[in-house]
Design a protein around this ligand. Sequence first.
Ligand code: HEC
Length: 171
Amino acid sequence: MVERSALAIYIAAIVLFMMGAFATIILPFFDPDMTTPTANAEARNYAPDSPEAKGRLVYIANGCNTCHTQYVRPVKADVAMNLGPVTVPGDYVYDKPHLFGSNRTGPDLMWVGSRTNAQWNYQHLKNPQKLVPGSIMPKYDYLSEDDLNNLVSYLMSLKPATNAQAAAFNK
Ligand code: HEC
């Protein structure tokens, strides 16, 4: 069949696009799951001057999110890697700009604070290859002592809310 009206196709394409945009961009704003913080989100609602908030800026400035994600999906691959609890939208309410990342060259860091300690992270950032032979993570030995310590504080804060935090939050 010869298509008689190109205009009809353009309009149909635009309408379909708008429906897609509406469903995936506008509708989620009305979903309380997206906007209600969880206890995990509250635990990451850092005061602006805290070491964790400053460390987060160091994380962003050094592009850690180009190699590391911060989300755990309910799929076999993530569960098998033992990454920690599956994350939900409410966990990210205060994570602005969010640091999901889109590439896992290194492991997911959503809950890295519960499987590493401060001392290890400090040494690892300065010289990953010394602790993990063959690691392709760059050395961050050029960071100032302040930046390194703040970054470590940030990494250590990346863990599920403690029972006490969760209880206080659910009151
Ligand atoms: C070029 C990619 C790359 C970049 C950029 C990068 N990393 Fe990594 N990272 C890796 C790889 C690969 C590993 C796994 C090997 C290792 O532990 O060194 C890793 C491991 C880690 C671990 C240990 C995770 C675990 O579960 O054991 C932490 C913590 C970490 N990186 C933090 C950072 C931080 C903070 C930054 C930014 C300052 C950063 N990484 C930048 C690739 C990268």
